[in-house]
Structures are given as structure tokens and as C-alpha cells.
Design a protein around this ligand. Structure first.
Ligand SMILES: C[S@@+](CC[C@H](N)C(=O)[O-])C[C@H]1O[C@@H](n2cnc3c(N)ncnc32)[C@H](O)[C@@H]1O
Length: 216
């Protein structure tokens, strides 16, 4: 599909369902991903139910721009954009996932509110954001070979520590009012200056929204 193509009727139905908060099965949405990236969805990509909850919070708290740190195939960004307001920017270290994410945004016609930056946290500039979303992005560094998506990037305990520290610094230096939404945590500690506003527990993980309430 080219950037200018209108979504086909099936795609439009999925988009409409998400807008009315009616959840299509994840497999229906995942069918828009390259085949080799569908099977790993349960392990790596945000479920639609969680994306819709994120969209509700983003809409409720009028969060303008959400940056998904480690955006993978763009499932959270695209599904949440379809389900609510807000602009989403994903940053992703694996170029092939960035390509898949851009194709997904184009398939659902949300390129005006969703974009993807190719690169590694700390190596590409992050846009200003009202909120950061993190779905345990660095956990893969701690898994054995069978738990890794591929061998395309360096994965190590040292990287895990560096990336967690980078997010902690980002959150520490962010202006008051900045939100962070975590699904299954991010591996590091959210500074004590953030207050938890919402929490929802799924059978496998907790989804949390915290907002920075004070400088120190
Ligand atoms: C668990 S997946 C989550 C994907 C997406 N946020 C979602 O919820 O569907 C984590 C992703 O983070 C990416 N990632 C991990 N460390 C990263 C880093 N330092 N910079 C950019 N991307 C990173 C991985 O390549 C992977 O695609």
C-alpha cells in the first residue's frame, strides 16, 4: 500500500472498532504485520486491550505527544492512535521493525499522528513529549538466545544497565507534569517525584500511569 492509499474496508472496520473501543482479536490486527513478526506478538508487542487502555488515559489526561521507547512493529502507537487522541512517536533500534511500523501506520491511515524514528535510545534525539510509554523494552538483554527476537542488535547486561539508567535520567530531568506509562515495568526505578495516578492489572502484567508531581 502506498502512503496515499485509503485503508481497505477490512482495515477501516478494525480502525472503527478500536475507535468505539470494541476489541478485535489481536490476531486480526497482527495479520497486518510481516508474517515473521506475527508469531512473536504475544511475547513482544502490546496487546490491543492494553493499547486501548493507554489510549483512554492519553485522552483523559489530554497528553499531546507520547513517545514509545522501543516501539517494535508500532502496534502500541498505531492501535492507541486509532483508539483515542494524541500523537505517537516510536523510537526503535531495529531498522526492519521501523519499516514494519511505518507500513502499519500507512495501512491504517494514521501517518499524520504516528511516526517512527530509527535508532537507539541515547543515540537519536527524543522529541519533546507529555508522556513516555515503555513495555519492558530492555528485558531482552537479560534473556537467553531462545528469548531473543533476533541477533541483529547487541544484547547484554551492560546494555540493560545503560538503557535503564538513561530512562531514569530522562524521567528525572523531565518537566513537572510529564507522565510515564509502563507495561510490565521498564527494568529501572521510576523516580520518587512521580505519583501513580492509574494502575490496571492484566493476568500477566501491570499497566501503570505515573505523573511527575514535584521537582525533587
Ligand atoms: C517488548 S518490545 C515492545 C514494542 C512496543 N513498544 C509495543 O509495545 O508493542 C521492545 C522493543 O524495544 C526495542 N528496544 C530495546 N532497547 C532499545 C533501545 N535502547 N533503543 C531503541 N529500541 C530499543 C526492541 O528492539 C523491541 O522492539
Amino acid at each position: 500500500m502506498t502512503d496515499d492509499a485509503a485503508p481497505d474496508p477490512a482495515t477501516a472496520r478494525i480502525a472503527a472498532a478500536l475507535r468505539t473501543r470494541a476489541l478485535p482479536p489481536d490476531e486480526v490486527f497482527d495479520a497486518y504485520l510481516p508474517e515473521e513478526l506475527r508469531g512473536v506478538s504475544v511475547q513482544y508487542w502490546t496487546p490491543l486491550a492494553v493499547a486501548v487502555r493507554v489510549a483512554r488515559w492519553v485522552t483523559e489526561f489530554e497528553l499531546g505527544t507520547v513517545v514509545d521507547i522501543g516501539s517494535g512493529v508500532g502496534k502500541l502507537c498505531v492501535a492507541a492512535a486509532l483508539a483515542g487522541t494524541g500523537r505517537y512517536v516510536g523510537i526503535e533500534q531495529r531498522p526492519r521493525l521501523v519499516t514494519a511500523a511505518r507500513d502499519l501506520a500507512a495501512a491504517f491511515g494514521v501517518q499524520d499522528r504516528v511516526e517512527f524514528v530509527s535508532g537507539r535510545l541515547g543515540e537519536v534525539p527524543l522529541p519533546a513529549a507529555e508522556a513516555y510509554y515503555l513495555y519492558n523494552p530492555f528485558g531482552e538483554n537479560l534473556y537467553g538466545p531462545s528469548g531473543r527476537l533476533d541477533e541483529d542488535v547487541e544484547l547484554s547486561r551492560a546494555r540493560f544497565d545503560d538503557d535503564c539508567a538513561a530512562v531514569e535520567r530522562l524521567l528525572r530531568d523531565a518537566p513537572i507534569g510529564t507522565c510515564v506509562i509502563t507495561y510490565n515495568g521498564f527494568g529501572g526505578h521510576t523516580p520518587a517525584t512521580y505519583r501513580e495516578l492509574r494502575i490496571e492489572r492484566t493476568p500477566t502484567a501491570a499497566l501503570r500511569l505515573l505523573r511527575k508531581a514535584r521537582r525533587r
